[in-house]
Design a protein around this ligand. Structure first.
Ligand SMILES: [Cu+2]
Length: 123
């Protein structure tokens, strides 16, 4: 009986310390450039901030331009100190116009999420 109670207590303790593993999906919280932003300087990298830690090797973006041209990206990585920040370096500079970011992410609990947003590069 004591053993069983210990087991339950341990399970509860583990659950209370790892809510991300138990519940969470990685939802996009914010991004740089921000969704619907009009930026004067074209970005060299995209930073996507998620609600949970993400696995960079299973997460990334597709960047599509005003003429549906695509800009290739480097392999996605995360901030060394914060696995909620996905950082994607661009292999070329986006020109003037509206750009669409289609993102996909896998959180540390293995769940997949995806979505898209746009930003605008001004002259
Ligand atoms: Cu999840």
């Amino acid at each position: 009986m004591a053993l069983r109670i210990n087991y339950l207590a341990s399970a509860l303790l583990i659950a209370s310390f790892s809510p991300a593993v138990v519940f969470a999906h990685a939802h996009l919280v914010s991004q740089i450039p921000a969704a619907d932003a009009r930026v004067g300087a074209a970005p060299q990298t995209l930073t996507l901030r998620f609600s949970e830690d993400v696995e960079p090797s299973f997460s990334g973006v597709t960047l599509s331009g005003p003429q549906r041209q695509k800009i290739a990206t480097e392999t996605a990585r995360v901030d060394p100190g914060d696995n909620r920040n996905l950082i994607v370096a661009l292999q070329a500079t986006p020109g003037v116009g509206e750009w669409r970011v289609d993102w996909h992410a896998v959180s540390v609990d293995g769940h997949k999420t995806h979505g898209s947003y746009r930003f605008h590069v001004e002259q």
